[in-house]
Write a protein that binds this ligand. Structure first.
Ligand code: NAD
Length: 260
């Protein structure tokens, strides 16, 4: 299927690794020009080289923290126009809500709620003027089924989801702009591995045991790959997905247990 987005410009945030990188790869393969961001310049440069080797769209890179105004300004300045915005950032740490002070909450809100909101604010009106725009927010399955130790994530991402639900149904919906959430379940990325590693250390359990137990709890009996996550993202960004807006799509191998 031709996704019909070759030549468009995409800003893909937090894309040197994992799910963001998967989204950038899928878009570049479709001939989309991308600006990718991440905090670490070295990993970002390595990813940019991989993306350029795909011989798809143009690839630009901006090192910086997308949770800061400076990081966002630099990312936006590198993108001639933002037709596609993929919002992403590292997730907040797990813990006990009794230990989280205002600073911990502000950090989580900055990265996982306010940064995407600021980027949406900076881009959607111009998308509407051009008659085409796609916003995909990488959030988490925890938006639908909260995970107790991830309270910072549950809270910040639910705030973003509620905000986006309203904007998606505002006047820009009639002008070719869609906004959707993409909700990962368990994907085999650095984040999942390091999270499992620290859980193993804390509880004195074997990493492999925890890893296989987690996998066994997924109906698909496997972790997702960043590549397949990216393919779903690219479809949501395609011309074929123009009638899908304000939705929250789980990509979780059947892990969410509800009918709806
Ligand atoms: P990852 O650790 O594999 O990759 C994160 C990427 O984001 C890296 O490129 C890193 O450099 C970049 N990054 C992090 N914080 C940044 C910031 N403030 N500014 C710019 N770049 C930043 O993580 P992942 O597994 O791809 O997860 C991506 C998002 O999806 C996270 O928010 C995570 O919590 C969420 N998520 C992941 C899973 C999973 O199973 N992997 C499940 C649910 C939710």
């Amino acid at each position: 299927m031709d996704l019909g987005i070759a030549g468009k410009w995409a800003l893909v945030c937090a894309a040197s690794k994992g799910l963001g990188k998967g989204c950038a790869q899928a878009l570049v393969r479709e001939g989309v020009n991308v600006v990718i961001t991440a905090r670490g310049a070295e990993a970002l440069a390595a990813t940019a080289a991989e993306l350029r080797a795909l011989n798809g769209g143009e690839v630009r890179l901006v090192a910086g923290d997308i949770a800061t105004p400076e990081g966002r300004a630099a990312a936006l300045a590198a993108c001639p126009q933002v037709d596609i915005l993929v919002n992403n950032a590292g997730g907040p740490p797990p813990g006990d809500f009794r230990d989280w002070d205002r600073d911990a909450w502000i950090k989580a809100l900055d990265a996982n709620m306010l940064a995407p909101i600021e980027l949406i604010k900076a881009t959607v009106d111009a998308m509407a003027e051009r008659g085409f725009g796609r916003v995909v927010n990488i959030t988490s399955g925890a938006v639908k089924a909260p995970i107790d130790v991830l309270g910072l994530s549950n809270g910040a991402r639910s705030g973003l989801t509620g905000f986006v639900a309203g904007v998606a149904r505002s006047g820009i919906a009639a002008r070719g702009v869609t906004l959707n959430g993409l909700l990962p379940g368990a994907f085999d990325t650095d984040r999942l591995r390091s999270g499992t590693q620290s859980a193993a250390q804390k509880t004195g359990q074997d990493f492999e045991l925890l890893w296989s137990r987690r996998r066994a709890g997924i109906p698909a009996q496997r972790f997702g790959s960043a590549e397949e996550f990216g393919a779903v993202c690219a479809f949501l960004c395609s011309v074929h997905a123009g009638y899908i807006t304000g939705q929250n799509l789980l990509v979780d191998g059947g892990a969410y247990p509800g009918t709806f």
